[in-house]
Design a protein around this ligand. Structure first.
Ligand SMILES: Cc1ncc(COP(=O)(O)O)c(C=O)c1O
Length: 324
């Protein structure tokens, strides 16, 4: 009798790669921190994505869409100018999909993020964040040059529709399912605008316009209508005037935009750690501060969901030093 190849057992509990672990993040009720308000306040823990932030979702979608449309060829380099979570997401996705990743940053990157990027195999190139857009040392200009020299692909998270597309296709439906359709308010910080535009648009559509979408803006950012200043909360806000905001911010989606003073963001971040044992990133403190203020004017029928884009791991030293 001929020898037959032994068939491999089916293992239903395993996934094929870390990319299959992106999304389906948990939702936790702030039972203590929000005990003084009448609505339920729930936090979506995006730091539970494998790369540690919400940015794993758009990173995967940016790469998948570019591969599918032929803009990103097998083995072609991904080049992006970012000092944030998108770089880590792209580095993770690039590792698994076989694309080298070059991250150009403006020098203000935490030691934790540098270490993560290096461990994911990304190449780090330092530019001058203060250089004018036409200066070759400007981060975006340098990323463009490196992409041109190496035949790399620029993912363009601020303009590429795959960024809000990931949140429309995944984050929004997850929240609708996890809340059993009971969500009445979505609260999210605005950086590129991808999270609020994609998640908010989906929830507005599926609820027939019943879900209210609240954007959150840090002090010093112009999204809330105030003057440009110093932004201390990482990953959110802009100092550009309205005509120069990212294309991925669909200004028709937020019903309102609230600005949170830095002190209130820091107090909420401490409250999350002390009362809920939730160690989150600074922009989560900002969003929770806005949600608690909003919830104070609502009642028992309301369910407020706050996006927490990342956890404390990327900021451990700053947080331990009391810089937030
Ligand atoms: C820590 C952090 N919070 C919030 C955001 C904002 O998300 P979005 O870019 O989808 O508006 C980002 C995005 O860069 C981030 O890195």
């Amino acid at each position: 009798m001929p020898l037959r190849e032994p068939s491999r057992p089916v293992v239903p509990g395993a996934v094929d790669s870390v990319l299959d672990l992106i999304g389906d993040t948990p939702l936790v009720r702030l039972s203590r921190l929000a005990a003084h308000v009448r609505p339920q306040v729930l936090v979506k823990l995006e730091g539970r994505n494998p790369g540690g932030s919400a940015k794993d979702r758009p990173a995967l979608q940016l790469v998948r869409d570019a591969e599918a449309s032929g803009r990103l060829a097998p083995g072609q380099a991904i080049v992006e100018s970012t000092s944030g979570n998108t770089g880590i997401g792209l580095a993770l996705v690039g590792r698994v999909t076989g694309h080298p990743v070059v991250i150009v940053h403006g020098g203000a990157m935490s030691a934790e993020k540098r270490a993560l990027l290096a461990l994911y195999g990304a190449e780090l190139v330092e530019a001058d964040w203060a250089a004018a857009p036409d200066d070759p040392d400007n981060p975006r200009a340098l990323a463009d040059r490196i992409a041109a020299e190496r035949g790399g692909w620029r993912s363009q998270q601020y303009d590429n529709p795959a960024n809000p597309g990931a949140h429309f296709a995944h984050t929004g439906p997850e929240l609708w399912r996890q809340t059993g359709g009971a969500i009445t308010h979505l609260v999210a910080g605005i950086g590129t605008g991808g999270t609020i535009s994609g998640t908010g648009r989906y929830l507005q559509q599926v609820s027939g316009g019943a879900v209210r979408v609240i954007g959150v803006n840090p002090a010093g950012s112009t999204y809330g209508g105030g003057p440009a200043g110093t932004i201390r909360v990482e990953g959110v806000g802009t100092t550009w005037p309205p005509g120069h905001w990212p294309r991925n911010l669909d200004t028709a989606v937020p019903d309102e935009i609230r600005t949170v003073p830095d002190g209130a963001s820091a107090a909420a971040l401490r409250g999350l750690a002390e009362q809920e044992a939730l160690l989150l990133g600074p922009s989560s403190g900002m969003a929770v501060a806005a949600a608690l203020e909003l919830a104070a004017g609502l009642d028992e029928r309301h369910v407020v969901v706050v996006m927490a884009p990342d956890g404390a791991t990327n900021y451990l030293r700053e947080l331990a030093d009391g810089r937030h």
